[in-house]
Write a protein that binds this ligand. Structure first.
Ligand SMILES: *Cc1c(COP(=O)(O)O)cnc(C)c1O
Length: 368
C-alpha cells in the first residue's frame, strides 16, 4: 500500500436517526459512514475511502462465504468529560490484525494508515459516541476475501472495512460477577490452529458450547484442546485467577488470543507490585485452591466488559463459589483504573490513550 494515499471522503446526504441512549444494544446500530479499502494482487491495497454506511455488493462466489478467510478487530472510542474522543492502545489492535492476517494468508495492512483511517472515521461520526456513563463507540475493523472463485487457495482480492456502532454501558447496575461453566466436551481451538488469530471461524466453532450450557451460564471457560486440562480463556475474554495473593493467567501458547486488555492488566499489576504469573494453570489446580480457601478471585478481561468478575465456576456438577459471589478488590481496582484511563478521568501513566481530532463535516464538503 502506498502511504501517501489520501482517504477519499463521500459524505452521506442526511444523517440517520440515532438510537435512544437507553436502548443501545451491542452491535445493533451503525453510524452514518464506513471506511473501505480494496486489495487486488496487481494493485495491492488501494482506493481508501469513507462512504455512507450501506450494504456491500459482493459476488455469491466470494471466497469468504465458502472458506471463511477473514479476520477482525474490536476496539472502542471513548468520550472524555471535555468532549474529546479517544482510543485505547489502538496500535496493538492493528499489530494483532496483521498477526491474524499472516495466519489466514491475508496480505498485511499498513498499521499506521489503518489507525489514521479509524481516527478520520471516528472524527467524522463523533456525534455518534454516546455520552452517558460507561457508553462508547465500538469500532469493528475487518477484512474479507472477495475473489469470485470456489477453489481452495488464498484469495487474490480483499476488502478492509471499518464500521462503528454506539454501545451502551456493559454494566448497567454496577460491575457484576457472573456464573461460568467449564467446558469439558467442546474445544475452541488447539495450538497450531487459529486460536491466536482473531478470525470468525473461532467464533463459529464456539457457539455450540454456549448453546448447550445450562440456564444462567454467562459464558464458558475453555480448556486446552489436547488434554482438556489446562485453562485457556473464558468466552471471548482472557482469564485471571488470584490464588494466595498471586494473580495467574494462562501463558500464551498459540491457541490463546492475546488481548489488549490482558496485556494492560499484566502491566497494571506489575506497576502495583501485585505478583503476576503467566503460566499453565489447570482446572484441577483451581479446584484445589478453592478447596483450601486460597482461590481469592477470578475474572475475565476484554474490550467489551473490561473486567468481568467470575462469581461461580461450574465444573463436573460441582459449584465453586468465588469470593462469596462478590467482585474482588483486585478486579474492582483494575476495572476502575482501566475505565478511568479510557474515559480520561484519571492520569494515564502509560501513554495508552490516543486522541482523535475533530473532523468538521462542513470543512470536508468545502474542500471536496
Ligand atoms: C478479542 C478477544 C479477546 C480480548 O481481547 P481484547 O483485545 O482485550 O479485547 C480475548 N479472547 C478472544 C478469543 C478474543 O477474540
Amino acid at each position: 500500500m502506498k502511504e501517501e494515499q489520501a482517504i477519499r471522503i463521500d459524505l452521506c446526504s442526511a444523517g440517520k436517526e440515532k438510537p435512544q441512549p437507553d436502548q443501545l444494544e451491542f452491535g445493533r446500530s451503525f453510524t452514518d459512514h464506513m471506511f473501505l479499502m480494496d486489495y487486488t494482487d496487481d494493485k495491492g491495497w488501494h482506493d481508501p475511502r469513507i462512504v455512507p454506511y450501506e450494504p456491500l455488493t459482493v459476488d455469491p462466489s466470494a471466497m469468504v462465504f465458502h472458506y471463511g478467510q477473514s479476520v477482525f478487530e474490536g476496539m472502542k472510542a471513548y468520550l472524555t468529560s471535555d468532549g474529546d474522543a479517544q482510543l485505547f492502545r489502538p496500535q496493538r489492535n492493528f499489530k494483532r490484525m496483521n498477526h491474524s492476517n499472516s495466519r489466514l494468508c491475508i496480505p498485511a495492512i499498513d498499521e499506521s494508515f489503518a489507525l489514521e483511517a479509524v481516527k478520520q472515521l471516528v472524527g467524522l461520526d463523533k456525534d455518534w459516541i454516546p455520552k452517558a456513563e460507561g457508553t462508547s463507540l465500538y469500532i469493528r475493523p475487518f477484512i474479507i476475501s472477495t475473489e469470485a472463485y470456489l477453489g481452495v487457495a488464498p484469495s487474490r482480492h480483499y476488502k478492509f472495512i471499518i464500521i462503528l456502532s454506539p454501545v451502551g454501558a456493559y454494566y448497567k447496575e454496577g460491575i457484576n460477577p457472573v456464573k461460568i461453566a467449564v467446558e469439558n466436551e467442546y474445544v475452541r481451538t488447539v495450538t497450531g490452529g487459529t486460536g491466536e488469530a482473531k478470525t470468525g471461524g473461532n467464533y463459529a466453532a464456539s457457539l455450540k458450547a454456549q448453546e448447550v450450557a445450562e440456564e444462567g451460564i454467562a459464558q464458558v471457560l475453555w480448556l486446552d484442546g489436547v488434554e482438556r486440562k489446562y485453562i485457556e480463556e473464558v468466552g471471548s475474554m482472557n482469564v485471571f485467577f488470584k490464588i494466595d495473593g498471586t494473580v495467574v493467567t494462562p501463558a500464551l501458547n498459540g491457541s490463546i488470543l492475546e488481548g489488549v486488555t490482558r496485556n494492560s492488566v499484566i502491566q497494571l499489576l506489575e506497576h502495583w507490585n501485585v505478583p503476576i504469573e503467566e503460566r499453565k494453570i489447570s482446572m484441577e489446580e483451581v479446584k484445589q485452591a478453592h478447596k483450601t480457601g486460597k482461590l481469592e478471585e477470578a475474572f475475565g478481561a476484554g474490550t467489551a466488559a473490561v473486567i468481568s468478575p467470575i462469581g461461580q465456576l461450574v465444573w463436573e456438577h460441582e459449584h465453586l463459589d468465588i469470593n462469596g459471589g462478590q467482585t474482588g478488590a483486585v478486579a474492582k481496582r483494575l476495572y476502575d483504573t482501566l475505565t478511568g484511563i479510557q474515559y480520561g478521568k484519571i492520569q494515564d501513566p502509560f501513554d495508552w490513550v490516543e486522541k482523535v481530532e475533530n473532523v468538521r463535516q462542513s470543512s470536508l464538503k468545502a474542500s471536496g
